[in-house]
Design a protein around this ligand. Sequence first.
Ligand code: ADP
Ligand code: TRP
Length: 332
Amino acid sequence: MEKKVVLTGIKPTGVPHVGNYFGAIKPALELSRNYESRFFIADYHSLNSLKDPELLKQYVYEVAACWLACGLDPQKVMFYRQSGVPETFELTTIIMAFSSKGLMNRAHAYKAMVDKNREKGKPDDHNVNMGLFTYPVLMAADILLFDTDLVPVGKDQVQHIEMAQDIAEALNHNYKTQLLQRPEAMVSENTQTIVGMDGRKMSKSYNNTIPFFAPEKQLKKLVNKIVTNSQDIEEPKDPDSCSVFTLYKLFATQDEQQALAERYRAGGMGWGHAKAELFEKMNSLIKPMRERYEELMNDKSYIEKLLKEGEAKARELAAEKIRQLRKAIGID
Ligand code: ADP
Ligand code: TRP
């Protein structure tokens, strides 16, 4: 039986953070052991919000180096930039004709912008570009181009995968052929929403992220900035309502988690101690990966070479898909 296809992408809009690692990168790399895998850098997706060419370039390398340092094996995984597979944009044009505007109106990212505008008394579409409005169509093209079965993502992206399903079904229905594979989202239960330094979802948009490869000193500083309550050292503390503990759980074994939880409940442990424990755990996991990441960031031509190789492979598959579709729609 043919292996199923798993695909996921990360937008290069900033340096990868702990939420990206646990919500997207780690689960994807685990799946790559048993699936045909395609992991890519969604660079054109960034353009909607990022219009500084130097920064965009920098973030593409950051995200690429992050995937590689976290263990992506380019011999096993197809690894590429979205922009390196221009067939994506032809598929976008094709599926535009099967994507209803009403569907786009319901997209969370667009709705959030509208709500923000209303709050400020601005017109609904203030600052909304067409790239943002049609974002789910481009994302559907990324997915549908490669006959994807599974898309590991954080919870916030599930709606986009559902839209890709709707679009695929609309096209298949019209041509009465299974031209596009129906993708399924895959959200891992315990890592669906990683909290940031302020206890809200960790996100670049909230400015509460802990960059995964922050240098040791900066990592320590950020951990110390995690918001806690004002209980003093002696008081027993509740691990389950504490962001420090929530983050600790991601890095520690079951036994270690239990041991720290007991220290919380017993009292006599201050926030400084809890944070020091968290920093140690984080740093010991991240350290070897950080070293590899720094090496890679100092050798961008190597990253470039790997991406180009991945793009050549991806384009072969993509071109075949576009050929099939053009034939089916009568443009060949
Ligand atoms: P951000 O919200 O910081 O802009 P992205 O939207 O670029 O992050 O997310 C890239 C990937 O990482 C997506 O699959 C997303 O679902 C996942 N992700 C981002 N933040 C988190 C989080 N706090 N918890 C779990 N997954 C996350
Ligand atoms: N929209 C995703 C995000 O913001 C990134 C992305 C673009 C993606 N294309 C994709 C994720 C295709 C999975 C599959 O995080």
